[in-house]
Design a protein around this ligand. Structure first.
Ligand code: PHE
Length: 466
């Protein structure tokens, strides 16, 4: 069997450039953009956080994404196979990414299930949510008996949809669904943002998002923005290696990196402009922790005319975002199992589905345990492990994802060398990589140092990083 770069046998490919961009953007745009970003922007001082975030994405996010794309496109292999082909000693770098994705998928599919529960509830019984949004949320998690719907049925529906798309394959499944869901997501986001910024009293929120106050800027905010950028751009798990591996050789990588990073950031910003002005206008206590999207936001929809309709639209938006990201996480693992372990796509998907589902159930149950003990899981603050869920999130968001990005950048910068990376982008001079020298410095020095700062900051100081 040949191992010449680019000669993967019967390997799938994206049918079109747009299909790839939407799929990669679909991976990047997820719960991180809509659920986490607005809260971080709020806590990080609004405009100040946004400016720092944009600088980080432009410098470090694009750099690390390019590092993953060049590895994938060059080798046309899954994350482990790709690294093994380039340097046998480093296949563990890909393995680390696959392992992280495996863990994240567990809780991602649970939260995806909760979103389905909320879509249905906003249709069937919005008044029950408005009556006591906190009690409603805990009930879903099992406060009054085993959470059949919250932990089993709804996550199973979500997981089932992901599996359905994955089994259909790269082009007929992933590319197709992203081509439908991503434009729909944009449309919903725009409608909801217009609704939010035109609410009476929204201007205070807008002011908060538009007037920077650099006196409030501190190290903590910068680290929080860095961690958020890596998670939001789906970096550090080899997912962009896998998606890049289905790219045709004639694709322009610079353009693709630019577009995916821009789309992801635009969605995060729109989500900020969708949520923060509404929160200011309705005077809801923001408390932007993990429960924000499920508990506090109910107060916003309750005060809005046609609130249940907008509520339903919001969770539909969250659902589309979560689904396309979950698909990418699972594809990273499925590509590895099918190619390296020679298991069929169907079998691999079933195997991964069942095992991650077990991790996921433990996650939801641990949320209840945490809330009973009065320790709500908080994405933004502190490193306490009241339950398995917190431990899982600490492990994935704060530790393994940055560690994964660090190793990918060091691998491309120092082991495989930037020269080969640049050659892959330029394709014998077909494309000119104008910023190649800048990228080389960023991938070798700046990105690894910045990521080390997140890691050390998170470990030593327990700063707000995820
Ligand atoms: N980027 C996704 C989000 O913002 C999450 C994700 C992380 C997806 C890593 C894939 C890989 O929600």
């Amino acid at each position: 069997m040949s191992h010449t770069p680019g000669e993967g046998k019967h390997r799938a490919q994206w049918a079109s450039s747009l299909g790839f961009i939407l799929a990669a953007a679909g991976s990047a745009v997820g719960l991180g953009n809509i659920w986490k970003f607005p809260g971080k922007a709020y806590n990080g001082g609004g405009a100040t956080f946004i400016i720092i975030y944009i600088i980080i994405v432009a410098l470090i996010g694009t750099t690390a994404m390019m590092a993953e794309f060049v590895i994938g496109r060059h080798t046309q292999k899954n994350a482990v196979g790709a690294l093994r082909q380039l340097n046998k000693k480093f296949s563990w770098v890909g393995g680390l990414g696959i392992f992280t994705g495996f863990l994240i998928f567990g809780y991602y599919s649970q939260v995806g299930g909760w979103v389905i529960y909320y879509i249905a509830s906003y249709i069937i019984c919005p008044s029950k949510i408005f009556a006591d949004s906190q009690a409603f949320f805990y009930e879903m998690l099992g406060a009054n008996g085993f959470p059949w719907l919250g932990a089993i049925v709804c996550p199973l529906i979500f997981m089932g949809l992901v599996i359905f798309v994955i089994i259909k394959g790269v082009e007929a499944g992933i590319e197709k669904i992203n081509k439908v869901l991503m434009p729909a997501l944009f449309l919903l986001l725009i409608v909801l943002t217009v609704r939010s910024v035109t609410l009476p009293g929204a201007s205070d929120g807008l002011k908060y998002l538009l007037t920077p106050d650099f006196s409030k800027l501190d190290f903590d905010t910068v680290l929080m923005a860095l961690g958020q950028a890596f998670f939001s751009l789906s970096l550090g798990m080899g997912i962009m290696v896998t998606y890049g591996s289905y790219l045709k050789k004639e694709e322009n990588l610079v353009k693709n990196v630019g577009l995916v990073c821009t789309l992801d950031t635009v969605v995060a910003l729109l989500a900020g402009f969708m949520i923060i002005p509404a929160v200011f206008a309705t005077g809801v206590e923001p408390g932007m922790g993990g429960g924000f999207a499920f508990i506090s936001l109910a107060g916003v929809f309750e005060k809005m005319t046609a609130g249940p309709v907008f509520g339903c639209m919001f969770y539909l938006l969250l659902f589309f975002a979560a689904l396309t990201s979950a698909i990418s996480i699972m594809e990273g693992t499925v590509a590895y199992v099918t190619e390296e372990k020679k298991v069929s796509r169907k079998k691999a998907t079933a195997l991964i589905g069942v095992s991650t589902f077990i991790i996921g159930i433990l996650y939801t149950l641990s949320q209840l345990y945490a809330s009973i003990k009065g320790i709500w899981f908080d994405f933004a603050n502190g490193v306490t492990f009241p339950g398995f869920g917190d431990f899982l999130e600490f492990l994935t968001d704060r530790l393994l994802t940055p560690l994964g990005s660090l190793t990918f950048c060091i691998f491309v910068g120092w082991i495989w060398t930037t020269k080969k990376g640049i050659a892959e982008v330029e394709r014998d001079g077909i494309y000119s990589f104008k910023l190649k020298n800048v990228w080389a410095v960023l991938v070798k020095y700046i990105a690894p140092l910045a990521i080390l700062a997140i890691l050390i900051g998170g470990m030593v100081f327990g700063l707000a990083l995820s």
